[in-house]
Design a protein around this ligand. Sequence first.
Ligand SMILES: Nc1nc2c(ncn2[C@@H]2O[C@H](COP(=O)(O)OP(=O)(O)O)[C@@H](O)[C@H]2O)c(=O)[nH]1
Ligand SMILES: [Mg+2]
Length: 592
Amino acid sequence: MEPLSARALTGQLADDLGWLEEHCRRQSDQATAAVRLRLAAALVRNCIGPALDDQPATPLHVAVLGGAGAGKSTVANMLSGVPAAEANPQAGFTRHPIAYASVNGPLSWAGHLGFLGPLQRLAQPAPSSLDEDVYQVRRVPVDPTSYDLLKDFVVWDCPDMTTWASAGYVPRLLEVAALADVIVFVASDERYNDEVPTQFLNLFLQAGKPVVVCLTKMGDGDAAPLIAHFQQEVLSRMPPGVVGCLAIPFLTPAQLADPARLAGRYRIPLLNQVAVLGGSPAATRRRSVLGADRFLVRGIGALLSVARKDLDALESWQMFVQTGRNEFVDRYHREYLNSEKFRGFDEALVRLMELLELPGVGRILSGALWVLRTPYRLLRGLALKLLSRPEGLSRPEQPVLEDAFNGWIDLLRKEAARRADSHPLWAHVSQGFHSGNLAEQARERFQQSMRAFQSTEAEEIERTARDIYEQLEKNPVVLYSLRGGKFALDIAAVAGSIAAGGIGYQDFIIAPLVASLTHQLVELLGWQVVDAQREQTRHRQQELLKQHLSGPMADWLTKWPATGGSSFERLQLALGRIPSAVQQLDARVQSF
Ligand SMILES: Nc1nc2c(ncn2[C@@H]2O[C@H](COP(=O)(O)OP(=O)(O)O)[C@@H](O)[C@H]2O)c(=O)[nH]1
Ligand SMILES: [Mg+2]
């Protein structure tokens, strides 16, 4: 297969991860997995993709993230130096990401295909409370007398992390978190250890993002104890990656309105933490890309484990198809194969015995022996008739096969109905039976396969039976010695017994008896040869059934839920492609 271009590869991978995320969201207990998948897809499209496409490392992106009312907008203003972000007492005021960029800076960074996934860029300025899948870029004028972070960075103010559910505006902040080269995590004195933001913080650290923690709104004297407390209670349980932990105590309205000039005491340490990463943008970007790559490579198992339930359902379906298949084969065996006599083999025995009679002049002698054996033949025929079981016991093959197949399908139908509530896959199968087309399609396939099976089978039986005497016909040396041997045995036995008893009336009884005995002996040997072949044919037939009928049917049934454009087909596609795409991406990132 042609290796995909970097762009096609990242596009496909982000797509597949996105599909899995959607698939998760349809299941009630998969919110965590959906968040991880969303972040993974966003890392591919916003971080790895552009880098592999040679997008310049500048500007770097700093994302301000945290819980509701933590002071994110306030911190975004500290970073940019202008009160451009609407700080608002109303929780959840900011509903979409807003980028603060320098008026003079380039804007090409937003032009990469797939940038921020489903978020559309707003063409017109709008309030940050606009609740849509959008982002906006606000160009801010910078005060030339203070430090300008925006010459190297874009600062992103984001919606609140209030819920772990991957719905509403959470995916929007995940897009920006994935884009970020550095995250400023804001937590206020009142709610510094809220569960949801803390979980997000952990996730971003797993994604290799450097994080600067900003604790806000404490009294001046409480800064140091709060930092110590936060470090002990929260950060000590986190993966590494927190580059700094700062406090911004409660500011005055004047400071809030002019952070560059009036809050420098808190602003400068914060800027230092972030700006240091701007010293070498290429190295910082490379670090972001490697972190994202590691998240994908290490997390691939966890990312795909969301499909565990689907795979389990698929596996249980597969096992059930197999159970049905075993019953199908057993039934064929029980109701047909075991009792089938293969009449062609009886004929083969007759032909074999005929072959052993002498040809030409010998025929007269053979004929004489044949006459001698007449009483035996008559008696034997009678005995066989009396002893043989009635033929009616074995059913013809076709109805047995059809009944067994119907049994198989019925079994699946009932099981699907029984399990329909347990997983969408079973519901899908049950629906397939319900609408009628699954059973119908299966029957059509079965009929086709059955025709192939039966014609191969008939040929095979005929050939094996024919082989029994044809092999002998083709080997004159063996044939003649067998014929001679049998004849010699007949004659010797008859002559011997006459000689032993002398000529007399008794010979009319003894001679036929002895000639019959020797013939019976030879025929017994013949039976053994033919029976062995018959048994072998049964085995062979079982193989043929597997190869032409039960195997292909089981295959087809197993795959049915994942065909015909079903969501399981898409799932299989995603699960099949993601691991190799991650591997290919990793190879490219490593040489990046
Ligand atoms: N007085 C004062 N108010 C603050 C401070 N930090 C945040 N606030 C206020 O707290 C509210 C929420 O802050 P905001 O930055 O909007 O939080 P966000 O929801 O995380 O963006 C706003 O009304 C801010 O003005 C501060 O240091 N001093
Ligand atoms: Mg805000």
